[in-house]
Write a new protein. Structure first.
Length: 188
């Protein structure tokens, strides 16, 4: 789930930014220090949206930087259990598929790809035995978050499923919609 977080912090502006406008130097310092940071609430900070206020600069003897008390808004992302997400398949392995869902990747275990026996092929695809549906790199998908461990960005583990109604590749979902539409027309 994406959220806008309002944060208050003392921003350290290093000497390399002294030639810039104060606001511009603070923007660069915030982007450098906060983008990609994982908060204690397991929210991944993505980008600076706005600086709401900038206090007076403070110089600390022995440190070449200037510190500003600032209030600013950051866009954050935190995967939420049962949340429906859309993404793109980035890699297929024997045990499942990896999907880019916004700023991070999640794993769709082979058993969670579809309600069918799934096999892995040497062409790096996953295929259903009865449905003959194929999952490949580049497919756009809709999935549900079923597990989220997010202690650090490097060890983030997001589990996804596509085994529920309304989930799967967008192509499969469109095929199901058209099939249901034909059934409705025949009954009229």
């Amino acid at each position: 789930m994406y959220k806008i977080l309002t944060m208050t912090s003392k921003i350290r502006v290093p000497p390399k930014y002294f030639g810039l406008d104060v606001k511009e130097s603070i923007v660069k310092a915030i982007m450098e220090d906060y983008e990609g940071y994982l908060t204690p609430n397991q929210e991944l900070l993505l980008c600076l949206i706005d600086i709401k206020s900038i206090g007076d600069g403070i110089i600390i003897p022995g440190d070449g930087a200037i510190y500003y008390n600032c209030e600013f808004d950051m866009l954050s992302y935190k995967p939420v259990l049962h949340e429906v997400v859309e993404g793109t398949i980035t890699e297929i392995a024997e045990f499942g598929a990896f999907a880019k869902i916004g700023p991070i990747e999640g794993l769709i275990h082979q058993s969670q790809v579809m309600d069918d026996y799934v096999t892995y092929s040497k062409s790096k695809t996953l295929q259903g035995k009865n449905t003959k549906r194929v999952l490949k790199v580049g497919d756009k998908i809709r999935a549900r978050v079923i597990a989220a461990t997010f202690k650090t960005l490097q060890t983030a583990k997001i589990g996804l499923t596509m085994r529920q109604p309304g989930l799967g590749t967008l192509k499969w979902l469109e095929e199901e919609r058209l099939k249901a539409q034909k059934v409705v027309k025949k009954s009229d």
